[in-house]
Design a protein around this ligand. Structure first.
Ligand SMILES: Nc1ncnc2c1ncn2[C@@H]1O[C@H](COP(=O)(O)OP(=O)(O)OP(=O)(O)O)[C@@H](O)[C@H]1O
Length: 282
């Protein structure tokens, strides 16, 4: 009898709500299909990596998720909220670090983050404290009152993280967060993201070209190519399916027939332009 009751209780428990649920998402630019009937589920608290070469459709997907593009076909839910009909509520749940640099070099670090706090309606009386809190998390307290135009590339990226975190998002979306950074700056950005994830249980969704980064930091990855999903699983599942010594780079080559060029070796148009912008920022 008690078994029956236990079974009933289990059956009655609601499915845990996903952080991101994408079903049949298609996005076209004119005749070009950038995202083609994509299905994705990101569970709450996951560190989820969206991998793919230039033009795979990663940024377009992120832009639909963060409500910049309305979905043309299919559905996208963020913590159960529909991006089409509940866009404002979705935006309040999200922190977004775009691929292009998004800071104002003529303002100080603190002013940049304060501007975001105002955009996201952080209550006026809490603003200064919240801005100071996120600047401390990204270790920019000492540099906070310097012009952001004097920051190094790594500091700029950390400042952008602070901007994205100031509204305490449940979902942090990062488009190539460490591209163009040297390994030390990259590690520092990642340490900050992991710290935030531990402290606040955030879900993190990122795109990256760094295979070792995806391997080390993502507990779930999907590979996209020409707008479609080619493979998904944990990094270990994907590697083990190919063989004992396979790397994530091998997995990528296997499913797409292409190689993910490491930014250090060149070949990524956007990386170079990001770097040029970063060097202009100082
Ligand atoms: N605004 C746009 N107008 C027309 N075509 C676009 C637009 N944005 C993206 N595309 C095209 O859609 C496809 C997917 O682009 P997307 O930027 O989503 O790829 P990605 O995987 O993020 O690549 P990258 O790493 O270069 O950012 C590409 O072929 C791209 O040229």
């Amino acid at each position: 009898m008690s078994d029956v009751i236990e079974e009933r209780v289990e059956t009655a428990a609601p499915e845990p709500e996903a952080a991101v649920q994408v079903t049949g998402l298609t996005h076209r630019f004119g005749d070009h299909v950038a995202v083609d009937n994509l299905d994705l589920t990101v569970r709450k608290g996951a560190s989820f990596g969206l991998l793919g070469p230039n033009g795979a459709g990663k940024t377009t997907t992120l832009r639909v998720l963060n409500t910049l593009y309305p979905p043309q076909a299919g559905s996208v839910r963020i913590f159960g909220l529909d991006v089409r009909t509940q866009a404002m509520a979705v935006r309040r749940m999200l922190g977004y670090v775009p691929q292009q640099l998004s800071i104002e070099g003529a303002l100080t670090g603190r002013e940049n983050v304060t501007w975001f706090a105002r955009l996201f309606d952080v209550p006026r009386r809490e603003r200064a404290e919240r801005v100071a809190e996120v600047l401390a998390i990204v270790e920019l307290t000492e540099a906070a009152d310097r012009l952001a135009g004097t920051y190094s590339g790594g500091m700029v990226r950390r400042l952008e993280l602070a901007q994205a975190l100031v509204n305490r998002p449940a979902l942090l979306v990062l488009d190539e967060p460490t591209v163009g950074l040297d390994p030390v700056a990259r590690d520092s950005v990642w340490a900050r993201v992991q710290d935030m994830q531990r402290r606040y249980g955030m879900t993190v969704l990122l795109t990256t070209h760094y295979m070792e980064e995806a391997d080390a930091l993502c507990d779930q990855v999907v590979l996209m190519h020409h707008g479609t999903l080619r493979a998904s699983g944990t990094p270990d599942e994907l590697k083990n399916a190919l063989g004992p010594d396979a790397s994530l780079e091998d997995v990528f080559r296997h499913y797409t027939g292409e190689s993910l060029v490491s930014p250090e070796k060149g070949g990524l148009r956007d990386v170079r332009s990001t770097r040029r912008t970063a060097s202009r920022m100082g």
